[in-house]
Design a protein around this ligand. Structure first.
Ligand SMILES: Nc1ncnc2c1ncn2[C@@H]1O[C@H](COP(=O)(O)OP(=O)(O)OP(=O)(O)O)[C@@H](O)[C@H]1O
Length: 279
């Protein structure tokens, strides 16, 4: 009997957006400029991989991340976490989905100052009512070692360095074993050494713990920690690199900047990516 040949099927993306459009502002009283921050972006964030989102300032990186993570809504198009379309969820379900399936790391750490390190890390499990779950407790305990904070468990965030606080934030983001961790400029407030530690941690979460990370950054050295880099310019997806290095990312950014300048010189008035509503 012939055994059917099973081709390796790539895992479904942990998150994706399809034809994503986001317009900020409206034409009120006939004279306001609307800004098209995302202009028809479709991108997959594969499961078990570390993806960086890069692009010039104002290109739509944070908007893409916020819409993909259900922190903001799209004007049109769709955003999915796994198979769940975010546009179809009411506020309560969206809050639950963010709590149970997504981890967040922000530039400003966003820890709760009155809670200890241990309490901050366990907060997502407490909110989800899962503190008693044995598997979760073991996972959180292992995480504390991975992020190197065992001797700081009873300190409060104000007693820690910026790098240590961000490591707590990474542990907190991973504690609930989310489908995907979204990190918005996680090294933006850190010196290069602490930044490197946080990036190594995110990389380890993907490569040894099987997690999925999507990170917005403007730093080619940070992006080089990722498996894939997607590039945005003027709200559009304009490139992709696998196995990036800081040099290859920098080269791509420079070529995007050149193309952007050339195009803007040709396209005046009204550069693409900006929907300008006449007064
Ligand atoms: N709440 C808002 N209201 C109006 N315009 C906004 C809003 N948020 C972002 N924008 C505009 O949308 C565009 C994309 O912004 P976004 O913050 O996503 O870009 P970015 O690539 O993350 O930028 P940066 O690297 O500077 O943080 C910009 O032109 C920005 O000014």
């Amino acid at each position: 009997m012939n055994t059917p040949h099973l081709a390796a099927v790539p895992p479904a993306p942990a998150a994706r957006v399809v034809d994503a459009v986001k317009v900020y502002g409206t034409a009120a009283r006939g004279a306001v400029t609307a800004v098209t921050a995302l202009d028809g972006v479709s991108v997959d964030f594969p499961s078990g991989r570390f993806t960086a989102i890069m692009g010039p300032s104002g290109s739509g990186k944070s908007t893409l991340m916020h819409c993909a993570a259900g922190l903001d809504t799209l004007t049109s198009g769709s955003a999915f976490i796994g198979d769940t379309e975010l546009g179809g969820l009411d506020d309560r379900r969206l809050t639950l989905l963010r709590r149970e399936r997504i981890g967040f790391v922000f530039q400003a750490f966003n820890l709760v100052p009155t809670l200890t390190v241990a309490e901050n890390i366990l907060l997502p499990q407490d909110l989800a009512g899962r503190r008693g779950d044995r598997g979760d407790a073991e996972w959180a305990d292992a995480l504390i070692d991975v992020v190197g904070l065992r001797d700081r468990l009873h300190h409060r965030p104000g007693e820690l360095s910026g790098g240590q606080q961000q490591r707590v934030a990474v542990a907190r983001a991973l504690a609930g074993r989310p489908d995907v961790v979204f990190a918005d400029e996680p090294t933006g407030n850190l010196d290069s050494r602490s930044g490197e530690e946080v990036l190594n941690l995110l990389g380890r979460a993907v490569r040894t713990m099987g997690r999925t990370v999507v990170m917005v950054t403007h730093d080619p050295v940070a992006a080089a920690h990722a498996d894939d880099v997607v590039f945005l310019a003027d709200g559009r997806l304009v490139g992709h690199l696998s196995d990036p290095t800081a040099d290859s990312v920098l080269d791509r950014l420079k070529s995007l900047d050149r193309k952007n300048l050339d195009r803007k010189n040709f396209d005046r008035p009204g550069a693409p990516g900006r929907a300008e509503v006449p007064s």
